[in-house]
Each structure stands twice: as C-alpha cells, then as structure tokens.
Design a protein around this ligand. Structure first.
Ligand code: PMV
Length: 338
C-alpha cells in the first residue's frame, strides 16, 4: 500500500491566456487529494472515492471504465474518480512497463471538484506517483508532472495546459508558458478563497474564449493583455524576499493586478454573477485584490487579505457557500506512507 498526496492550487494570474502560450502563475494551496494504491494479483482496477462534501462510492472494473455500473452519486465525483484515475493508471502502467498491473485505488480529497482549485490535477499527480511507487518504479518530479499533464490532456480532449499538473507536482508558486515550466521563489501570500458551491464547464469556457479570440482582434488583445499582467506580477514577485511574509506594499500591487486580471476574464465571458458577487464582497471587505480562479463560470474566487475581514465577509455573502484561508503549499506531491 502506497499513500501519496498532492495539493490543489489557485491562479494568482493567467488562466485561459495560458492556453494560448501566455505565461500563468498558479500557486499550490494546502488542500490536498490523497491517493492510496495497492497492487493486485489480477489486472482489475478497484476505485473507492471519498470526498468531504459528497458520499463516497466504490467500483471495480476490468476492461474500460465506460462499463461502469449505475451509481447514485454526483457525476463529477464519478468523472474525477474514474476518468482521471483511469488515465493515471494508464500512465503508471506505461512508465513501469507493466501493462497489466491491477490496483486497488482509494481517492480522498478535500479540494472542491471542478471549482478552479485543481482537484483533477491533484488526483492525477498523486495517482501516478502512488501507482508507480507501488510498482517499485518511482518517477522523478519532472517526469511525473509530464505524465500527469498527458493524463489530463487525454481526459480533457486536449483542453489542458501544464499549469495545474506542474504546480501540484512541484508545490509553491510556479510559472508556466507553453511547455516552459519553472518554479518561482515567492513570499508567502495571504490567500482567501470563496466557493459558490458550483462548478463551471472547463471545456465549454475554453471553447468560448477561443471563439471570441478568433472572431475579434480585441479579444485576442485581451488575452495578450492578461499575459502582460502576468509579466508585471512576476517581476514584482522576483523583486520580493522569498520565504517571508509578503509586505503590505507587495500585496497591494499584486491585488491591483488581480483586479485587472479579473476584469479582463470577465470581458472574455468566463465570470458569473456569483463569482462577481464574491469578488466585490472581498474588495469591499478590504482585500487588496480579488479574481476568479481557474476556468470560471462558477466555483472559486481568490483574494489577498492578511486580515480576517475578507473571509468573514464572504461567509455572510449570499451565494458564497464556503470561505477559507488557503496557505501556500510549499511542498508539492508528498509520500504519506511509502
Ligand atoms: O478550472 P481549472 O482549475 O481546471 O483551470 C482551468 C484553467 C484554464 O486555463 C482555463 C485551462 C487550462 O488547462 O489551463
């Protein structure tokens, strides 16, 4: 039995634009998916999924997860547990050169699903790492991140950047532009997350931005302007002292860039009433800045506020189901039990 966890993430800047090669800066947060992998004597895969907010389920299959039985749980939980776990197992089998390896897999996650916090990337990263370790073939982190990206790419029909999987593998803040992935030394940032209880459809939202970008030059300029914001944010981070608390001045400047980034995402049609409401509640509570995180359409916002005011205000904001402080996860993928 091998137990591995991997963190979720927020986007400080750059979602959607990263799909077109612009840079993005996601930051890993201390909300984790934990995967347990135990090799089996046969080639079956048995998946058991537990989620904080939903009832769990277990399912076993030998062929394709398409043949799954009818189970009365949320479709998104099944997708997360089946599609992503299956893709992770395929990558692990390939990496270890054991095409018929079977596993009992357990997934436990405290990351809301499909809400812009990188739940699927965390499951895939932890899943591949747990399964390859269980087979005695651990991967180095670069290869793990690459295989996790390929697993997500397969499940999401090519609508995936390397941002989530690289960030979840490495932890901390990272910078991703196309295939160029780097870790960033950053100060600790006071993230606060607001969650509306819903989720957006990433494929549909990415397709919507693509269509706007193809039809209008100004939409293409908007995507490029998001890239400029990221570049600006990166130089602020690079000039700051890594590993200490971010200064108020830095938080203020980053917050301003986050506000502009949210406005541009909104112009590209990926915000929603509940995301905008939470963003404004955070700003009015004194946050230095706030924006949606991830694909949008519903799900989460991220704000910067070192006081308790934003969290408190979000907790009383209609449409916000949950608000929490999210510490930067300096550790990425982590073996919990070898
Ligand atoms: O909602 P998430 O956490 O899956 O993030 C999606 C981010 C996009 O830039 C919209 C797509 C991608 O794969 O980078």
């Amino acid at each position: 039995m091998t137990v591995v966890s991997a963190p979720g993430k927020v986007y400080l800047f750059g979602e959607h634009a990263v799909v077109y090669g612009e840079p993005a800066v996601p930051c890993a947060i201390e909300k984790r998916a934990t995967v347990t992998a135990t090799p089996r004597a046969d080639d079956h895969i048995r998946v058991e999924a537990r989620d904080l907010s939903l009832d769990g389920f277990a399912v076993e299959y030998a062929g394709s997860p398409e043949d799954r039985p009818d189970i009365d749980v949320s479709e998104s939980l099944i997708e997360a547990a089946m599609g992503y776990v299956d893709a992770a197992v395929r990558q692990a089998r390939d990496a270890a050169d054991e095409p018929n390896a079977g596993f009992d897999i357990t997934v436990e996650s405290d990351i809301p699903l499909g809400a812009g916090l990188g739940s699927s990337a965390a499951v895939v990263v932890a899943g591949i790492d747990a399964a390859t370790r269980a087979l005695g073939e651990p991967l180095d982190r670069r290869e793990l991140a690459d295989r996790a990206y390929r697993a997500e790419y397969d499940v999401q029909d090519g609508q995936a950047s390397r941002a989530d999987t690289f960030c979840s593998t490495m932890g901390g803040a990272v910078r991703v532009a196309g295939d160029d992935c780097r870790t960033l030394a950053t100060p600790k940032l006071p993230f606060v997350v607001g969650f509306d209880g819903g989720a957006g459809d990433t494929g549909e939202l990415v397709a919507g931005v693509r269509s706007l970008r193809e039809r209008y030059d100004f939409a293409a300029d908007t995507v490029a302007a998001i890239g400029d914001i990221v570049a600006e944010g990166e130089s602020l981070l690079a000039a700051a002292d890594a590993d200490s608390e971010a200064s108020d001045a830095l938080v203020g400047e980053l917050g301003e860039l986050m506000n502009i980034n949210h406005g541009l995402l909104s112009a590209l049609g990926v915000s929603s009433r509940s995301l905008d409401t939470m963003v404004w509640a955070a700003r009015e509570a004194g946050a230095a800045g706030a924006k949606l995180t991830g694909a949008g359409g519903g799900g989460c916002i991220v704000a910067l506020d070192s006081t308790e005011e934003t969290k408190r205000s979000l907790q009383y904001t209609p449409g916000c189901e949950e608000a929490f402080r999210a510490r930067l996860a300096t550790e990425g993928v982590r073996v919990e039990e070898p």
